[in-house]
Ligand binder design. Structure first.
Ligand SMILES: N[C@H](CCC[C@H](N)C(=O)O)C(=O)O
Length: 276
């Protein structure tokens, strides 16, 4: 089955996007993982399938990590899918639905995309954690880091605050933290250096994907956790290796994320060349 694909990215967090809105596509977790492979497939940080929208949403977005695991949210991909559907429909506002909820999105005058990523979920059972506790201070540590804050943006996040990101060996400490039994569904692990109350520097070890150039939900988690700790204002620029996102934790608990979305190239793929 030969079909078109679109290669997109948000600040270098990259995606293969397939369109299954008109016709269902046979994409198993194994096939998604094979296509996401950077040597034997197209390669991407997350594999995205657009499905027919439901409720008030124009499109449903299915998110899989390169290990085949399904994720409940992906901020950078949400901006990409929103931009794609806005451009094809000539609209500047629409909603993208995921398994975690409906995400109202709009194109701003400067061409960036702003998404209401929904509420930050702060309960231990929402993250989720393995047992009841205050999510503001988690009893977790690794070399050079300790005492993270946790939350969910529709996917699990732990945020460590450090004096100097450059001193960390994230590829070495990331995997064990991602898989800590403390996180029954694993977790995305963010490392934040607070530069100013309105400026955070962030690197994320992503669940099921590892080190990425940017993580939209990770930036949302970093801002909310910094504000909860009194380390930042409720709105800040979050600088990731791939570039900057603007994040605001609104008084109603919703988190707004603004940033770019880009298409790198399009092509055709033969799904039958990949494991069923
Ligand atoms: N690895 C994440 C999904 C992608 C998140 C990230 N790429 C973003 O932009 O939010 C997870 O398993 O929850």
């Amino acid at each position: 089955m030969i079909i078109p694909f679109r290669k997109m990215h948000g600040l270098g967090n990259d995606f293969v996007v397939l369109d299954a809105r008109a016709t269902p596509l046979p994409v198993s977790p194994d096939r998604a993982a094979a296509i996401a492979d950077r040597r034997t497939g197209i390669g991407c940080d997350q594999f995205i399938v657009m499905e027919p929208g439901e409720g008030g949403a124009e499109v449903f977005m299915r998110i899989r990590n390169p290990d085949g695991s399904e994720a409940g949210a992906c901020g950078n991909a949400t901006r990409c899918v929103a931009e794609l559907v806005m451009t094809e429909s000539g609209r500047d506002a629409l909603s993208v639905r995921t398994i975690s909820g409906e995400l109202p999105s709009e194109r701003l005058p400067d061409g960036t995309i702003r998404v209401d990523m929904g509420p930050a979920r702060l309960g231990w059972d929402e993250v989720p954690l393995a047992r009841a506790m205050d999510t503001l201070h988690l009893p977790l540590s690794a070399e050079g880091v300790s005492d993270p804050a946790g939350l969910s943006m529709g996917n699990p996040h732990a945020t460590f605050f450090v004096p100097d990101l450059a001193a960390l060996d994230i590829p070495r400490i990331g995997p064990a933290l991602e898989h800590d039994p403390f996180f029954p569904e694993r977790a995305n692990i963010g490392f934040v250096q607070v530069l100013a109350p309105d400026h955070l520097k962030l690197v994320v070890w992503e669940r099921g994907a590892g080190l990425t150039l940017a993580c939209g939900t990770g930036a949302c988690a970093a801002l909310v956790n910094a504000a909860r700790r009194g380390l930042s204002a409720r709105a800040a620029t979050v600088s990731l290796p791939g570039g900057d996102l603007r994040i605001e934790w609104r008084e109603d608990g919703h988190v707004l994320m603004s940033g770019p979305a880009a298409t790198a190239f399009t092509g055709m793929i033969d799904l039958d060349a990949y494991p069923a």
